[in-house]
Design a protein around this ligand. Structure first.
Ligand SMILES: [Zn+2]
Length: 312
């Protein structure tokens, strides 16, 4: 799942996309926040953006994001990319320094340190993601600390944890901490995709301007909070539309469906693929993208919604 499809952390994912574009990603960061909030998925998306061999994807604010469908993106998603190491607790519940006989751990820290001594095998950057990093035993943390003090230039470390304060202060001090808030002013609420599906389906069904403008009403409405909230909500809908249009293109061209960002919406995608294949799909995608850029530049929410609905 690329950065643009991560739900609820738009500011963080935009920041990361911009940092990646500028080559300014910190060598070591802590992704902190409650369990299940999307930290690990974001870390994997960062690894994809750093190693994407497709044409990539420009996001609003001029950041760089992964294409989500090239061989490299696919291998990272399936955790079989040789340069993206995901470390997580083994059967013992701990992340150890050394492998012990019979231990079922994926990677232990000693192996990670050995691997990063080499240049990336095929990717551009090596990314080490330590999930549940607070499960590292003290020896593992101390060994990793030495690496964090002098990180190899081609490597990026992301420590994912719900309990950052359980990490050694020396480890914490080497990392930039990004906080993933739960249930805050989410940019995409749970209904965003349903709304996006509805608007795309209605626009596909009619070229008539009044019908299009009526569909646009779906994109506005209902936060009731006005101002920034309406803007964030529309941004969420547009991101969901972009994601669906990208998937519709995958379905229309018969590409590998494993690359779908919305694999549970097959029936909708089949319908949308019929309507938004080829040039129309490209035009719709570009309109949604321009809508997002306009929103970033403070264009009026209603103006953007109407304009996008008319272009689809
Ligand atoms: Zn890619």
């Amino acid at each position: 799942m690329p950065l643009r499809d991560i739900r609820g952390h738009r500011r963080l994912t935009d920041l990361l996309a911009r940092s990646i574009e500028r080559g300014a990603l910190p060598p070591a960061s802590i992704f902190a926040g409650q369990t299940g909030v999307g930290k690990r998925a974001t870390a994997i998306a960062v690894a994809q953006a750093l190693n994407c061999t497709g044409s990539g994807f420009q996001v609003p604010g001029s950041g760089f994001d992964a294409c989500g469908s090239c061989k490299s993106c696919d291998r990272i998603a399936r955790d079989v990319h040789p340069d993206v190491l995901i470390v997580e607790p083994g059967d013992s519940g701990n992340i150890k320094l050394r492998r012990t006989p019979g231990d079922n751990a994926g990677f232990v820290i000693e192996e990670v340190i050995e691997r990063i001594g080499f240049k990336p095998f095929e990717g551009k950057r090596r990314v080490v993601i330590v999930d549940e990093a607070d499960a590292m035993v003290l020896q593992a943390q101390n060994a990793l600390l030495k690496t964090l003090e002098e990180p190899p230039p081609s490597s990026i470390f992301i420590l994912v944890t719900a309990r950052p304060d359980s990490l050694l202060p020396t480890v914490r001090s080497r990392c930039i901490r990004l906080w993933f808030a739960a249930g805050g002013t989410s940019d995409v609420d749970a209904d965003a995709r349903a709304v996006a599906e509805r608007v795309l389906t209605r626009a596909a069904g009619s070229e008539a301007i009044p019908a299009r403008l009526d569909a646009a009403k779906d994109l506005l409405s209902n936060t009731g909070r006005g101002g920034a909230s309406d803007r964030e909500q529309l941004s969420g809908y547009l991101h969901a539309m972009a994601s669906l249009l990208r998937d519709a293109e995958i379905v229309a061209t018969g590409a590998d469906r494993r690359a779908l960002a919305n694999p549970d919406s097959q029936a909708v995608l089949d319908r949308l693929a019929g309507a938004y294949r080829g040039e129309r799909g490209v035009r719709a995608f570009a309109a949604v993208d321009q809508g997002l850029v306009a929103l970033e530049r403070n264009a009026g929410v209603k103006v953007v919604a109407d304009w996008v609905a008319l272009q689809l």
